[in-house]
Each structure stands twice: as C-alpha cells, then as structure tokens.
Write a protein that binds this ligand. Structure first.
Ligand SMILES: [Zn+2]
Length: 60
C-alpha cells in the first residue's frame, strides 16, 4: 500500500459553482454554499464581527 494512491481518493471535488456568488463553494451534498451561505440562509453570509471589522473603530 502506498500513501500516494490513498491521496487520490480525496481528489473528487464536492463543490459546484454557486449560482449566487459564482464561487465553487456550493456543497451539493449538504445543499448550501460555504462561501456566501446560499441554500442555508436567505441573506448573504454576514457576521457581527465582520461588520465591526469593516467599520474599524469600536465606540463605547
Ligand atoms: Zn455562494
């Protein structure tokens, strides 16, 4: 047995092109996009800490 041939078993790409963000991040098996959250949420994937980073300075 060689580890090289074992690696080839993982070569199959589970992601397909997402129809919302256009990235190859849509998981067909799970039915959602890991990049923008298409199929999981109606909104584009967004986190509170993300918008805080965009705004930069946090006020009291
Ligand atoms: Zn997407």
């Amino acid at each position: 047995m060689s580890t090289a041939s074992m690696g080839l078993h993982n070569r199959k790409q589970p992601h397909v092109t997402c129809r919302r963000c256009g990235k190859e991040s849509y998981l067909k098996r799970k039915g959602y996009c890991s990049h923008c959250g298409y199929g999981k949420t109606a909104k584009v994937r967004q986190y509170a800490w993300l918008s805080k980073n965009v705004n930069g300075i946090r006020k009291h």
